[in-house]
Design a protein around this ligand. Structure first.
Ligand code: PHE
Length: 453
């Protein structure tokens, strides 16, 4: 048996956890989700999701990783015989996600290069789809590879390997940069954004609450989904990270700090993105909703560059700041996904961690090539939708049930309280055993019904 690695300090652990949580999900997915699900009113279900599922499950994942000193599969099997699969399921999800997350990172690497000359010129959308992706006509037509994406992908996987090659030690060195740096850049983009003409219109669109949307269950589904994706919950990642904590570690406090910092970063990102979009709408004389609504993942790669084009000065500089921010936000999320998989495999089979890392990265790279084909964008969209809609919520629901009822939430509290500053009272049992599972079950059933009709 290899000796278990340890984080070198509490700060490094919290940085690594925030690094995993704060990623592309914050900088683009959150603002967009908020805007299309009731604007300011989205913050209500989002906050409820944070309290009723996000924080309790984060405490739970930190606690079981810490207690069992193992990745998700081993930890689950120690909680209840025969439940090891509940640990493998999120690991499979993580693996699938990193195969396309790495592709988005590949685009980011490409765009760092393009930023130097704002190579997208006057037609950022055409540039992204045709010059970068060389997009084909549909998912059925893979049509060979796109060279820029392949190059970006090789760099992205090397970067992932390079950061986790020495486990907690090398990750610790990297997160010291990849957590504060994007925050500083976000600060620059927020200040630049809100001082632009039209910023208020954009922010109104982002924050103006449409309370009628609260009656739409879709909005609640989106809020819970966003919380899980954003906190890296139910992916086996946080369990693995907590398993490298030393025995005397504050669980509850660390979980609360991680969750609140992550959501704060999301909220701030909204200011950067929507103030800029407001400016763009004013420049183009188009409604904000129309500009913001023009499309998912690609938004970061064409709407934002287009907005940057319109800036009165410093285009290339702001483009660079934006893409370095995306890079530093995303890279630690990407390697945390790999780390979750590696921890699961090496703990279960007592494999050498370094070799396991190489194996996972090698296979991950090969699979990710699918999305570097000319039909890759379609596949990315399909896989993302199917993976996130049901799987993550189901895993979270089962986790809450297994630990709340099987392991007993009281036992969890008795484990966590002596080592934590914030004490969990009996209310936590109600939260974990009843409220979280109930909310998740409602969402799951609603999702299934929607899929059927
Ligand atoms: N939380 C990351 C983000 O917001 C994505 C992620 C999901 C990372 C699951 C690890 C596990 O981008």
């Amino acid at each position: 048996m290899e000796k278990r690695q340890r984080w070198s300090s509490r700060t490094i652990f919290v940085f690594a956890a925030i690094g995993s949580a704060a990623g592309l999900g914050n900088a683009w997915r959150f603002p967009y989700q908020a805007a299309s699900n009731g604007g300011g009113a989205f913050l209500i279900p989002y906050f409820i999701a944070l309290i009723t599922a996000g924080i309790p499950l984060l405490i739970l994942e930190f606690a079981i990783g810490h207690k069992f000193q193992a990745g998700a599969p081993t930890a689950m099997s120690k909680i209840k015989k025969g439940w090891e699969w509940l640990g493998w399921w999120p690991i499979l999800i993580s693996f699938i996600i990193v195969t396309y997350y790495s592709v988005i990172m590949a685009w980011v690497f490409d765009y760092l290069w393009y930023s130097l000359t704002t190579a997208w010129g006057n037609a950022p959308q055409d540039f992204f789809l045709n010059k970068v992706l060389h997009i084909s006509s549909g998912p059925g037509e893979l049509g060979g590879f796109s060279l820029p994406v392949i190059i970006g992908l090789i760099i992205a996987w090397i970067a992932i390997y390079w950061t986790i090659r020495d486990g907690t030690k090398s990750v610790g060195k990297v997160v010291k940069w990849t957590v504060p740096l994007p925050l500083a850049m976000l600060g620059i983009l927020v200040i630049r954004g809100i001082t632009l003409e039209g910023a208020v219109e954009g922010l109104n669109f982002y924050l103006d609450p449409d309370f009628s949307k609260l009656l739409d269950p879709k909005v609640w589904v989106a809020a819970y989904g966003q919380i899980f994706f954003s906190l890296s919950l139910a992916f086996g990642v946080m369990i693995a990270y907590a398993s490298y904590l030393p025995k005397k570690s504050d669980i509850t406090n660390n979980a609360i700090i991680t969750a609140l910092s992550n959501c704060g970063i999301s909220f701030l990102s909204g200011f950067a993105v929507f103030s800029t979009i407001g400016y763009m709408a004013v420049q183009k004389g188009a409604p904000v909703a129309e500009v913001a609504g023009s499309g998912g993942v690609g938004l970061a790669f064409w709407v934002y560059p287009e907005a940057i084009n319109l800036l009165p000065f410093g285009n290339a500089l702001f483009a660079l700041v934006f893409f370095i921010m995306l890079l530093t936000l995303g890279i630690d999320s990407a390697f945390s996904l790999v780390e979750g998989v590696v921890a699961g495999l090496s703990d279960k089979y007592s494999w050498n961690k370094k070799k396991t890392t190489k194996l996972v990265i090698g296979i991950g790279f090969i699979v990710s090539l699918l999305y570097a084909t000319k039909g890759g964008l379609y596949w990315l969209d399909i896989v993302d939708r199917y993976i996130n809609n049901f799987n993550v919520v189901t895993v979270a629901l089962l986790e809450a049930l297994l630990i709340g009822w099987g392991f007993k939430s009281k036992k969890l509290r008795e484990y966590v309280n002596p080592i934590s500053e914030v004490k969990l009272g009996p209310w936590f049992d109600i939260l974990l055993k009843v409220i979280s599972p109930l909310m998740l079950a409602i969402i799951l059933v609603w999702n299934v019904i929607q899929e059927i009709i």
